[in-house]
Design a protein around this ligand. Structure first.
Ligand SMILES: NC(=O)N[C@@H](CC(=O)O)C(=O)O
Ligand SMILES: [Zn+2]
Ligand SMILES: [Zn+2]
Length: 429
């Protein structure tokens, strides 16, 4: 269909006011946006009345794990992109801890081919920083960039040696690829499975100290300064990380970073027992870390919110925290959780949360999405803001439902998600 009119939506303006809005879509693009467009005599082949639903640019998630190829029992590009769509996401960036890993143009292109065939939202596939995610040999950034790669990362593991990171940044800066970093110094891990502190001691579980993350960020910030590379830090979780990234930004270092909803909403004190549903990397930190992450968003140190959607099976999570894999799913709950915990409580404005989940992540990587500008692709999400729903695993599009938020009551349920003016997910199915 070539024309679509969305009626009776509400959008959030610069002053954080909800404004009645219609959107007229032609050939997949936003042709016109404003109040009461039907009065202008615009006729559309299809009209959807969304009855006051909040309309935002489709959300942008720079950190998801789709597990294909290699681990398709946990997720596939199809199910992961459907989960993203259900969460209101229309552009997501998929991590490379796959099998085979996208460390060559050929491997990366093979994933691209599946994306073209199966993905219901826009999926950008990361390539790796090094061959096989090992901190040894760099991949061919020039060739990957020419093939269309937008950024490189070894997410899932840190780059262990400074020399490798230095050479990676130098070459990435030369060809214009951002380096996206999971920061974790394995020599500081000591077998930990949750944040090191009073709670890990109380539960008798091995802890992960904050410096496991922050000391590697400190190293990398200085290497980014030395090389001029664009350095993006994944899932920042500690107050020390926030502090040194703030200082680095003040010093003019080209650094950006993301935070995950679970690190904003929960702390290690919320872990009731040895339960692997609370196990993710980096771990839920202390209350003062959580406060620093919130402050980091508010003062611009942290650039955006990303989910780190990390599907694992029930069986894998049904064991002790010392044994289970790290990671929780997040695509389908992120916006509802942020709205319920932070907007409804007055801690963030709706405008701030929407920006941190749309235009801010898009801007980090220069992606042309995350806006409602006339002429841009009609990538949109519409939510029912004020009806309470329960997070229910049976309703997940993801193959996995490993999240501690199952059973929680939240607001802001997704009604429709559109990509290029086409409904790719709707509540009615
Ligand atoms: N976040 C996680 O706990 N796990 C991720 C890897 C990662 O993001 O580091 C995964 O791939 O499962
Ligand atoms: Zn990671
Ligand atoms: Zn990840």
């Amino acid at each position: 269909m070539s024309t679509l009119l969305i009626q009776n939506a509400r959008t959030i303006n610069e002053r954080n006011q909800l404004i009645p809005t219609d959107v007229y879509i032609k050939e997949g693009k936003i042709q016109s946006i404003g109040q009461n467009l039907a009065k202008l005599g615009l006729s559309a082949e299809k009209i959807i009345d969304v009855q006051g639903g909040l309309l935002t640019p489709g959300l942008v998630d720079v950190h998801v794990h789709f597990r294909e190829p290699g681990f398709t029992h946990k997720e596939t590009i199809k199910t992961g992109s459907l989960a993203a769509a259900r969460g209101g996401y229309t552009t997501v960036c998929a991590m490379p801890n796959l099998d085979p890993v996208p460390d060559t143009v050929e491997n990366w292109q093979a994933i691209e081919d599946i994306i073209q065939k199966d993905a219901v939202v826009n999926v950008l596939q990361y390539a790796t920083i090094t061959k096989g995610l090992r901190s040894e040999e760099l991949v061919d950034y020039q060739a990957l960039k020419e093939a269309g790669v937008f950024a490189v990362t070894n997410d899932g593991v840190g780059v262990q040696t400074a020399g490798t990171m230095y050479l990676a940044m130098k070459e990435a800066a030369r060809v214009g690829l951002p380096i996206v970093a999971h920061t974790e110094d394995e020599s500081l891990l000591f077998g930990g499975c949750m944040h090191h502190g009073k709670k890990s001691e109380a539960l008798g579980l091995p802890g992960i100290i904050s410096a496991t993350e922050s000391s590697q960020i400190a190293r990398d910030l200085l290497l980014a300064e030395e090389t001029g590379a664009h350095y993006h830090v994944c899932h920042v979780s500690t107050k020390e990380s926030v502090r040194i990234i703030r200082e680095a930004k003040q010093a003019g270092i080209n650094v950006t970073c993301e935070v995950c909803p679970h690190h904003l909403i929960l702390s290690d004190e919320d872990i009731p027992s040895d339960n692997a549903i609370y196990k993710m990397n980096p771990p839920l930190r202390a209350l003062d870390d959580q406060a620093a992450l919130i402050e980091g968003l508010l003062d611009g140190t942290i650039d955006c919110i990303a989910t780190d959607h990390a599907p694992h099976t029930d069986e894998e999570k049904a064991v002790s925290m010392t044994e289970a894999p790290f990671g929780i799913v997040g695509s389908e709950t992120a916006f509802s959780l942020m709205y319920t915990h932070f907007v409804k409580t007055g801690r963030f404005t709706l405008k701030q949360v929407v920006d941190w989940m749309t235009i801010r992540p898009a801007n980090i990587f220069g992606l042309s999405c995350g806006t409602l500008d006339i002429g841009s692709p009609a990538d949109l999400a519409i939510y029912q803001l004020d009806k309470e729903i329960e997070i229910n695993a049976d309703e997940f599009e993801s193959k996995s439902f490993n999240t501690p938020f199952i059973g929680e009551k939240v607001l802001a349920e997704t009604l429709y998600t559109l990509v290029n003016g086409k409904i790719v997910w709707s509540k009615e199915g």
